[in-house]
Design a protein around this ligand. Structure first.
Ligand code: TXA
Ligand code: MG
Length: 316
């Protein structure tokens, strides 16, 4: 069995040792649990791809403690500086041109000229980065294509024995993955909606280009089927059909559903994001053929929630 330790200082010190020896440690960030290895170690990074069965063309995010730790890794731009100043540490990933001399395993960036960087704010992630003093490559700690984990139990359920150590820091406070923006070029491009809402980013750098609408796919991960429960997912449902499970939002008519959850009875999108992945798993565990999901407003974290739900519905 994988070792699971509560996030004490001793556990973080042990995790840092496991990482320095080339091991895999799952740890909580404010978005989702990450599956971390030292980003400078080829063999350790290769183990991440193997553990997740992740397609070899999908690059990893490199986690750093702060902006200063990211200096040797990328060629920084004005937009990158402005967004790091506004949102780091926090749920924002910046894609920048990779610094050619950066000591990062080429497997992390899968041969791209760019690198994705993020400074997480969750205390456990911060302490681990400070204890390790090395950049950590960490995708979400789930088998490729499945729902991301927001608790230590989700990590164990999905990855079981292939992780050397799981640090349990309780449920994630944001609940959806980081927003990924490409700040390497002239204009800032949104590659993945996430924990920092589009509106907050646009308040700093102006209107964002959209990756799919305005150009070629630039984030290889966009290609994968993602966030897919076993059950089919039916979107924009006002109420469940017979035999369906129901995931509501705000006022809901869940009557007749085999199982029902409410993402946020008060219609709070931040609460809905926090509940999204755990509730999808709970409804999936009811063994239904279809999970019907209520309409979710598209503002704030609603854009990230709708993105994940669309991918869940498109899965397989
Ligand atoms: O919140 C998060 O971002 C979590 C936590 C653990 O930090 N991590 C996460 O990683 O969601 P992952 O691997 O599940 O998603 C990373 C996304 C993928 O869509 C990948 O294609 C994209 O970031 N990405 C990574 N490097 C990139 C690059 N150089 N250029 C464009 N996209 C990149
Ligand atoms: Mg993922």
């Amino acid at each position: 069995m994988t070792q699971v330790l509560p996030a004490s200082d001793a556990a973080i010190e042990e995790a840092a040792q496991v990482l320095r020896r080339g091991g895999l440690v799952a740890f909580p960030t404010e978005t989702v649990y990450g599956l971390g290895s030292v980003a400078t170690n080829d063999r350790a990074v290769a183990r991440i791809f193997q553990a997740k069965q992740r397609p070899a063309h999908n690059p990893l995010i490199v986690h750093v403690a702060d902006r200063a730790a990211a200096t040797p890794l990328a060629i920084w731009t004005e937009a990158g500086e402005a967004l790091a100043a506004a949102f780091w540490p926090g749920p924002l990933t910046l894609v920048l041109a990779r610094e050619p001399s950066a000591p990062i395993s080429p497997l992390v960036t899968v041969g791209l000229a760019t690198i994705a960087l993020r400074a997480p704010s969750a205390p456990t992630a911060q302490k681990l980065l400070q204890a390790t003093l090395l950049p950590l490559a960490a995708p979400s700690a789930n088998p490729s294509g499945q729902v991301s984990p927001t608790t230590a139990a989700h990590v164990v359920a999905g990855l079981g024995d292939v992780v050397d150590l799981v640090i349990d820091g309780g449920p994630c406070s944001v609940g959806v993955e980081s927003t990924v923006v490409d700040v390497s070029g002239e204009q800032v491009r949104l590659l993945r909606p996430g924990g920092v809402p589009r509106e907050a980013i646009e308040a700093i750098v102006g209107p964002l280009l959209d990756s799919v609408a305005d150009g070629p796919i630039q984030s290889p991960g966009q290609l994968e089927s993602h966030y897919a429960p076993r059950a089919a997912v039916r979107l924009e449902a006002l109420q469940p059909a017979p035999g369906e499970a129901f995931l509501g939002f705000g006022y809901m008519i869940g009557k007749g559903a085999v199982a029902a959850r409410n993402l946020s009875p008060t219609g709070d999108l931040d609460e809905a994001a926090r509940n999204l992945f755990a509730m999808l798993r709970q409804l999936d565990d009811a063994g239904v053929a279809t999970i019907a999901v209520a309409p979710i407003p598209q503002q704030g974290l609603g854009e990230a929630i709708n993105d994940r739900l669309r991918r869940a519905a498109a899965g397989r």
